[in-house]
Design a protein around this ligand. Structure first.
Ligand SMILES: [Zn+2]
Ligand SMILES: [Zn+2]
Length: 390
C-alpha cells in the first residue's frame, strides 16, 4: 500500500492521540475535554477554527496556497463515545466510568487531525478544506445541530465526506455504496390503556397485557404482509413495561421499539400501520392506545458522483480488489445523513478487522485499530488532492 512516508512517520504520535482520546470518552454533546483536546492540537498547528456548533463541535479550515479558488470540500469526523462500561484491561482503557469509545470515534477524530496536520504542512491546492469535528453522533443528532448552528451558513462547503471504521471488513479494505449506506432510525412508544382489576375477576377488567401481547405479534406482520418484499425495513419491540403483582391486572402497559427504513414512503407507511394496528387491536379488546412516533435520523444516502469519486481514490490507495462496491446497507443509523441531505457527498466504511481486532462496534471489548490511522489519513489526503484536480 503506497502510504506517504511523512504520514507513516506520524503513526506513533497519532497512536498516542488516539489512545489519549480513548481514555477520556464523553457523550451527549458534553464532550468538553475531547473538544478541548482537538482545539489544542489545531492551535498548536496554527489552523484556524470556529467553535459553538452543537455545543462542543468545531469547524476548522485550511486554505490552499495555489490561488484564490472557490472550491471547497468538507471532511467530517465524529468524536463522541457511548454510555457503556469498557471491559478491556489495556493501558489506554476508559477512565470515565460508564463511558467508552466503543464505536471508534476516537480513531475517526485522530485520522482527521492527522489529515489536518499533513494538509497544513502541504497546502499545494487551490481552494479550502474544511474539517468538521462533530459531537453527539450516538443518538444526540450532533450533525443536525451543527447545521442548525450555522455549519453551512458560516462556511461555503461544496461536498461532504466521512469515514467509519468497519470491523466486518479486513484492515485497510474499503466498503462503499453509491446509494443507501445506513437506515433511517425512528422510535415509538405505544401506551396501552386498559382497566385495572383483580386478577381473579378478568371479566370486570380490561387487561392491557393481553392487548399489548397481540400488538407485539401483529407488529411482526407489518413488514411481511404490508410491504413489498423487495423493500428492506425492520420493526423491533425493545421494551415492555407493565404489571406490579401476581394477583392484579394493571391499568397500563407501555411498549417501546425502533423502526429502520431506507425510503421516505416506506417510513410513512410503517408509521401509519403501527398506529392502525395498535388502535385496531386495542379497540377490539375494549381498551385504548396512544402511539407516539419519533422520527430520528434520516437514511444515510450517498450521492452517486461523489461516491464514485471517493471509491476511485480508495482504489488507488489500497488496490481495486480491496474496495468493495455496493456494500449492503446497514440497519444502523448515522447522523451524517443530515449533512448528506444538504450537500452531495459520500460516507465510506474503512475495514479494521485483523487478528487483534475482531470485536464488533458497540461491544465492551472493542478497540479502534491503530494500524488504520495512516491508511485513513492517506485516504483523506488523496481525496483532497484529487478533489482539487477534479
Ligand atoms: Zn456507534
Ligand atoms: Zn460510530
Amino acid at each position: 500500500m503506497p502510504i506517504l512516508n511523512s504520514i507513516n512517520q506520524m503513526q506513533e504520535e497519532m497512536k498516542e492521540w488516539r489512545r489519549d482520546l480513548h481514555r477520556i470518552p464523553e457523550i451527549g454533546l458534553q464532550e468538553h475535554k475531547t473538544s478541548e483536546f482537538i482545539q489544542n492540537k489545531l492551535k498548536s498547528w496554527n489552523i484556524d477554527f470556529k467553535t459553538g456548533y452543537a455545543n462542543t463541535g468545531i469547524v476548522a479550515w485550511i486554505k490552499g496556497n495555489r490561488g484564490n479558488g472557490e472550491k471547497t470540500i468538507g471532511l467530517r469526523a465524529d468524536f463522541d463515545a457511548l454510555p457503556m462500561t469498557e471491559k478491556n484491561s489495556f493501558d489506554h482503557k476508559s477512565m470515565n466510568e460508564g463511558m467508552m469509545h466503543a464505536c471508534g470515534h476516537d480513531g475517526h477524530t485522530t485520522m482527521l487531525l492527522g489529515a489536518a496536520k499533513y494538509i497544513k504542512e502541504n497546502p499545494e491546492f487551490d481552494g479550502t478544506v474544511y474539517f468538521i469535528f462533530q459531537p453527539g453522533e450516538e443518538g444526540f443528532g450532533g450533525g443536525e445541530k451543527m447545521i442548525q448552528d450555522g455549519l453551512f451558513n458560516d462556511h461555503k462547503i461544496d461536498e461532504v465526506y466521512a469515514l467509519h471504521n468497519w470491523p466486518e471488513l479486513p484492515l485497510g479494505h474499503f466498503g462503499i455504496s453509491t446509494g443507501a449506506m445506513m437506515a433511517a432510525v425512528d422510535e415509538y412508544d405505544i401506551i396501552v390503556k386498559g382497566k385495572g382489576g383483580h386478577a381473579a375477576l378478568p371479566h370486570l377488567a380490561i387487561d392491557p397485557i393481553v392487548i399489548a401481547s397481540q400488538i407485539v405479534l401483529s407488529l411482526q406482520t407489518i413488514i411481511s404482509r404490508f410491504l413489498n418484499p423487495v423493500d428492506n425495513a425492520l420493526i423491533t419491540v425493545t421494551k415492555i413495561h407493565g404489571g406490579s403483582a401476581y394477583n392484579v391486572i394493571d391499568d397500563e402497559v407501555i411498549l417501546n421499539g425502533t423502526v429502520r427504513t431506507f425510503k421516505q414512503e416506506i417510513r410513512d407507511k410503517i408509521e401509519k400501520r403501527i398506529n392502525e394496528t395498535a388502535k385496531g387491536i386495542a379497540k377490539a379488546n375494549g381498551g385504548e392506545v396512544e402511539v407516539v412516533y419519533f422520527r430520528k435520523y434520516p437514511p444515510t444516502i450517498n450521492s452517486k458522483k461523489e461516491s464514485v469519486f471517493s471509491s476511485i481514490v480508495a482504489k488507488e490507495l489500497v488496490g481495486e480488489k480491496n474496495v468493495q462496491m455496493d456494500v449492503e446497507p446497514s440497519m444502523g443509523g448515522e447522523d451524517f445523513s443530515y449533512l448528506l441531505n444538504e450537500k452531495p457527498g459520500s460516507y465510506l466504511y474503512i475495514g479494521q478487522r485483523d487478528s487483534n481486532h475482531k470485536d464488533y462496534l458497540h461491544t465492551t471489548k472493542y478497540d479502534f485499530n491503530d494500524d488504520l490511522l495512516p491508511i485513513g489519513v492517506n485516504f483523506w489526503v488523496n481525496l483532497v488532492k484529487n478533489f482539487f484536480k477534479k
